[in-house]
Write a protein that binds this ligand. Structure first.
Ligand SMILES: *Cc1c(COP(=O)(O)O)cnc(C)c1O
Length: 359
């Protein structure tokens, strides 16, 4: 069977090897006579999956022991609420850098919980850049929140802010595990799995243990990070199948050689597409400013609407899936997460060049 040329932004392409391994165990996981989603979450078999997923995350991302690794549900979107509910203490302000729609949504949820402050914004530049050099924090900052990769606009932080005084919180939904990051620069990282880590249904939270004492006890149990930390994310039934698939993706990532190899591959893949855009003499227009370009989501457009329509039409005919841009930017977006094979990127680059020649 031919696998699709899947450039979807999320849920997104998963490695063939991961899907094949899951299929092999689908009806009978490790001679249990049960599928993974039929196992009790209190069984030894499931516990092993759960532990391995946590250990692999710790190993691949070099997460120090002073951090918790938690599995939650509700997507990255629930973290927009949980972060301020747990970390935005009385009289303090949640500081936000606005770099796109997801950051705006995170801010909107924080406004419902307490005081907020906009530390920087590139909204007036249609979110083409990361305003890394112009960050202002408030005197009463409880934390600074950033979005490491802006899935919709195709921008990505190249160098993260560092301020010893203020805890740094990052939504890494679309680039966790795609490049090396120093976890110790951050106090809390969260990511919905469905871009780079696995299927939808599980959210990874990596947080400094120290921060757990900020959560007030009147919070609903399931919205308090301590509930997950105290019970190894097994207070209630976790999304067992999603965590199993996450574990398989992490094993695959380790087999490739871990983050150094993955980062290099991602740089190569992104370069293939940006080179087509940059060498097109303005035929293709990249959305992001060069120094803010994302290696995960390449957002671009064509000089006129007529050609844009025909580009999308022909791309569909050639079997490319998910190339239409988000409704808030228009144009096109090629999402090329870890699992996107380089061959598929080369095919897309070839199609773009051919399209330009004929138009
Ligand atoms: C996809 C995405 C989200 C939303 O994730 P859900 O899991 O659907 O809630 C939030 N932030 C970023 C950066 C994303 O890419």
């Amino acid at each position: 069977m031919n696998r699709a040329l899947n450039f979807n932004a999320g849920p997104a392409v998963l490695p063939d090897a991961v899907l094949a391994e899951a299929e092999k165990n689908w009806l009978n996981f490790h001679q249990t006579g049960m599928a993974v989603m039929e196992l009790s979450h209190r069984s030894k078999e499931y516990e092993t999956i759960h532990e391995q997923a946590i250990l692999l995350l710790r190993e691949l991302l070099s997460i120090p022991d002073t951090y918790e690794v938690l599995f939650l549900q509700g997507g990255a979107s629930l973290q927009f609420s949980m972060v301020p509910m747990n970390l935005l203490t009385e009289g303090k302000a949640g500081n936000y850098v606005l770099t796109g729609v997801w950051a705006e949504k995170a801010l909107k949820e924080a406004e419902k919980v307490g005081k907020t402050f906009i530390s920087a914004s590139s909204k007036n530049q249609r979110y083409k850049t990361i305003p890394a050099k112009n960050i202002e924090t408030s005197e009463d900052a409880a934390y600074l929140h950033i979005t490491s990769n802006n899935t919709i606009y195709g921008t990505q932080w190249q160098k993260f802010p560092s301020n010893e005084r203020i805890p740094l919180v990052a939504d890494m939904s679309s680039d966790l595990l795609s490049r090396k990051v120093n976890i110790e620069n951050f106090d809390l990282i969260y990511a919905g799995a469905q871009k780079n880590l696995g299927p939808s249904g599980v959210t990874v939270v990596i947080m400094k243990k120290e921060l757990l004492s900020r959560s007030r006890s009147h919070l609903p149990t399931m919205l308090n990070y301590n509930t997950y930390a105290d019970h190894n994310s097994l207070y209630n039934t976790p999304p067992t199948l999603a965590i199993y698939l996450l574990k398989l993706v992490l094993e695959w990532a380790k087999g490739l050689g871990g983050l150094p190899v993955i980062e290099k591959r991602n740089e190569e893949k992104a370069k293939i597409l940006y080179d087509v855009i940059d060498c097109s003499e303005g035929f293709f227009l990249g959305h992001a400013e060069k120094e803010s370009r994302s290696k995960m989501n390449i957002a671009f457009n064509l000089h006129n609407e007529e050609s844009a329509k025909s580009f999308l039409h022909q791309a569909k005919e050639e079997g490319f899936i998910g190339l239409n841009g988000h409704r808030s930017v228009g144009g096109f977006r090629a999402s090329i997460y870890n699992a996107m094979p380089v061959e598929h990127v080369i095919q897309l680059a070839g199609f773009m060049k051919k399209f330009r020649e004929y138009n």
